[in-house]
Design a protein around this ligand. Structure first.
Ligand code: GRG
Length: 288
């Protein structure tokens, strides 16, 4: 995993615009937002799913970078005063604090479009129609029926009591959609049919929700220095979470059930799916 994280960091450093090129301040902010932090979980998922389907590593690098760029854009915008209003991300001042709000807005915009540029500029896979499907998949996962939609529900739910079904819907979209897309994008870089895609899709959906359940738990259990972002924000902002809805013990039990279900989903794929097993366990056991 450490080697793959470093590989992703290097690929992102190449994909991002050179800060010496105008507009240098925007390019600097884009690199600041993306490089030198982050667990690269989504990139790990792209590579692990792609290895299972025999995908070309360069194609996986581009897909992994695309997903990480969308993720980074979402964090930059999420941290802005009009949304979560946070000053710390990945142990550093957030982009709007380090630069300014207009730059943070443009940084997120430019990261998002760079993601689609990466997926579309070069022939990523042998079949151009598959490449188009991959672009559409990432667009759907990021848009109003995916991550951005989940974020809209999140913002609207502050201070409200919501049901467990509503909470699950919100998390599956806000956090889960991009994680699920990472798994599918990796798989689509290689040769796969429904027999492979269906278990992977189920795994991606479960792991996406698992990621957020663990995030809710960590927000109440870990400190700011370990998280690299402000701890305890969900309660401070009166946000509904799995911990506020179920309590810590039941939320932890749910995380373990989701992990078991995710591992069972990919069991039929055999030993080639071992890396996906490891990533699911990493998501549960992570400390930040
Ligand atoms: C602004 C359109 C838009 C969407 C924002 C994902 C999201 C939606 C906001 C992030 C808020 C947040 C902290 C959600 C919890 C789950 C999550 C995505 C945590 C951060 O992801 P990690 O832990 O971050 O993978 P690193 O820094 O490791 O990459």
């Amino acid at each position: 995993m450490a080697a793959m994280q470093q590989r992703t960091e290097a690929a992102l450093a190449v994909a991002l615009p050179d800060p010496a090129i105008a507009p240098d301040r925007l390019h600097e902010a884009m690199r600041y937002a993306v490089l030198g932090g982050g667990k690269r979980v989504r990139a790990l998922l792209v590579h692990a799913a792609g290895q299972l389907t025999g995908a070309d590593t360069a194609a996986l690098d581009r897909a992994a970078c695309a997903v990480e760029l969308i993720h980074a854009y979402s964090l930059v915008h999420d941290d802005m005063p009009c949304m979560d209003d946070d000053v710390l991300r990945r142990g550093k001042p957030t982009v709007h604090v380090e630069y300014d709000q207009a730059t943070a807005l443009l940084t997120g915009d430019a990261l998002q479009t760079l993601a689609f540029q990466l997926l579309s500029e070069q022939p990523n896979v042998a079949d151009p129609s598959v490449q188009l499907e991959m672009i559409a998949l990432l667009a759907r996962a990021s848009g109003s029926r995916g991550m951005a939609g989940g974020q809209a529900i999140d913002l609207a739910s502050v201070g409200r009591e919501i049901s467990r079904a509503e909470l699950e819907f919100m998390h599956i979209h806000k956090t889960g959609a991009l994680i699920r897309a990472a798994v599918l994008l990796g798989a689509r870089c290689g040769a796969c049919d429904a027999k492979v895609l269906e278990p992977l899709d189920r795994y991606g959906k479960l792991v996406g929700l698992l990621f957020q359940v663990v995030d809710d738990i960590l927000d109440t259990q870990a400190d700011t220095a370990t998280l690299g972002k402000t701890a305890g924000k969900d309660a401070d902002h009166d946000k509904p979470t799995y911990v506020s809805l179920l309590g810590i013990t039941e939320a932890q039990a749910l995380a373990h059930t989701l992990l078991d279900d995710a591992l069972s989903a990919i069991k039929p794929l055999g030993p080639g799916a071992r890396r996906l097993d490891d990533i699911a366990s990493f998501i549960v056991n992570r400390r930040f």
